[in-house]
Design a protein around this ligand. Sequence first.
Ligand code: HEM
Length: 178
Amino acid sequence: MAPAVRKLALTVHVTSSAGWLGAVVCFLALAVTGLSGQDAPRGRGLYPAMEVITWAAIVPLAFATLLSGVVSSLGTPWGLFRHYWVLAKLALTVFAIGVLVMQLGVIGAVADAAAMTGPSGADLRELRISLVLHSGGGLLVLLSAMVLAVYKPRGTTRYGRRAHSERPTGRRPRLIQR
Ligand code: HEM
């Protein structure tokens, strides 16, 4: 990948992944407020706002992170299957997106019910707790991916070692910076 394209891909990747993390922090803040607050009129608007954050920010940023991460991997000497830290980030991201997709129905249902009847209905309590737990867990997963991205712990897969030893010079690729 040409250096300018690589920088563009990395800019998209860092922006989308940091944005995803920030949007999840906002979602979690609203979810905790909705759980603790007794203020029905305010609560009525909280859950629809969380649904907006989900569709306008979390979902597009999550897919942008995955796509730009795969592009950055395949277009650089890091590769997609050569380094454990890249593989671990791929697994964490796919897992987080899978859980997000499964939670979309719950988020919509709680938003609809809260807009109509207020958020304090007993039947909604379990779902509201589940939103706090899932977004809190999601945040931990994203933070783990962030730590992996920054520290890039050593460790090459068997495929990565083979690819490395087959390089004509046998040296580390120049573009890999720790
Ligand atoms: C929530 C998920 C993710 C977060 C928070 C994240 C965060 C980051 C950050 C902050 C960097 C810049 C690190 C630096 O330049 O020192 C980075 C780089 C990178 N990420 Fe991610 N990432 C995520 C998901 C992924 C995924 C799914 C992949 C690939 C499958 C991936 C592959 C890469 C690669 C290869 C680089 C280095 C790119 C380069 O040097 O040009 N990331 N990531």
